[in-house]
Every structure is written in structure tokens, then in C-alpha cells.
Design a protein around this ligand. Sequence first.
Ligand code: DX5
Ligand code: ZN
Length: 220
Amino acid sequence: MKIKVGPSILACDFANLETEIKRAKDAGADFLHVDVMDGHFVPNITIGPGVVSAVRKKTDLPIHAHLMIEHPEDYIDSFAKSGADIISFHIEALGKSRNARLKKANALIKRIKKLNKRPAIAINPATPLSEIKVLLEKLDWVLVMSVNPGFGGQDFIAAVLDKIFELRNIFDGDIEVDGGINDITGRAVVRKGANILAAGTYLFKSDDMKEAIRRLKNDE
Ligand code: DX5
Ligand code: ZN
């Protein structure tokens, strides 16, 4: 399977955002992974729609807005407007009752599609696949977290390997893995069936991003 790589700009030098975006593109990035955090769903605060609009002006790469926020329904429209192409939201952010979560997820998927964007569902390391199974027929992209969301530079959680394998057995679409991805963990997740790798630290902190992306893509 062809591997796609999305550098996570959380690890870039924000004082030189334009240069960093260009560096990612020149190195062979397939899209940009943009981490949106609200200080509620996760303890950290990062990027809002204004920065996504600014990034949009500087690149033709697809932008994946990874929303790690509560009440994603309140922000979908503004991220769509800011130029995100793929919009993912977390199943864990949709409330306490399972029924309510699924109802909200369905509404979000519909809304994102209506805005002509690609919806994706994100799932934390501790959340079982059963939480999103009934949604899979409505989606073609799942984001499997391999760290607890909130910060870049964390260690890969190997327990998610089984989940990726289990997901690949029942799902034909894109499986992106995010968190602690490097040449070694990248190879491991691809073996289990992932085809998209988001990587922040490994790519932006490398001296030769082109070589780093090449390694992620060849590791099949
Ligand atoms: C974690 C973010 C990740 C993170 C990845 O909350 O969703 O996208 O930026 O960074 P690395 O590759 O450094 O783990
Ligand atoms: Zn992310």
C-alpha cells in the first residue's frame, strides 16, 4: 500500500512558519497535519482557524485539521472556511452517553461532508474500536492516536498496534496514525495496516526531512 506522510506542524519553528511549510512540501509531504487544541479536551492550547487560513495561503498541500477540542460542532464551519480539507474530531469529545456520542458524530460527519470536506474520526489510545464501529461505513478516514493527545514529542504507545490491525480487518479506507511516529514505529504501524503517518518531532527536528519522509514511505 502506498504510504502518505503528513508532517505535524506542531513541532515546526512557528517563528518561520512559511519556511517550515515549504520545507515540508519540498521534502515530499503529502499533506499538513495541523493540531488544534482547546485547553479543555486536552491540557494544551495550540492553533485556531486564523492560523489555518494563514497556512492555506502559503501552500497547496491538503490540510488536515485534527480537532482536539470540546464542542467540535461549534467550530466545524470556521475550520472549513479557513481552508482545511480534512477535518477530524474525537469520539471522546462528544459527551458521556454512547448514544449521544454516536448521534453527534453522525451529525458532524454530515456537516463536514456538506461543506465539501473530508470527515475523519479520531480515537484515543485507551478507546476501544467498538466505540466507532457503527460509524465506519460513513467514513473513509480514521485517525488512530498512538499517544494521549495534548503534546508533541511523546513516546509511541505500542498497545495501539493491535487496534490498527483489528481496524484494517474491517475497514478499507485510510488509517492515519499519529503520535511518536519515527522510522521504527512508522514501520510497525504500516505492517499492521496503517497507510498514513502523521509525524511532528521526527520530521521537523531532523536535519534532512526529505530523507526522513523517504524512510517513512519505504518502510513497508
Ligand atoms: C498530539 C498531536 C500529534 C503530535 C505528533 O496531541 O495530535 O499530532 O503533534 O507529534 P510527534 O510526532 O512529535 O509525536
Ligand atoms: Zn495530531
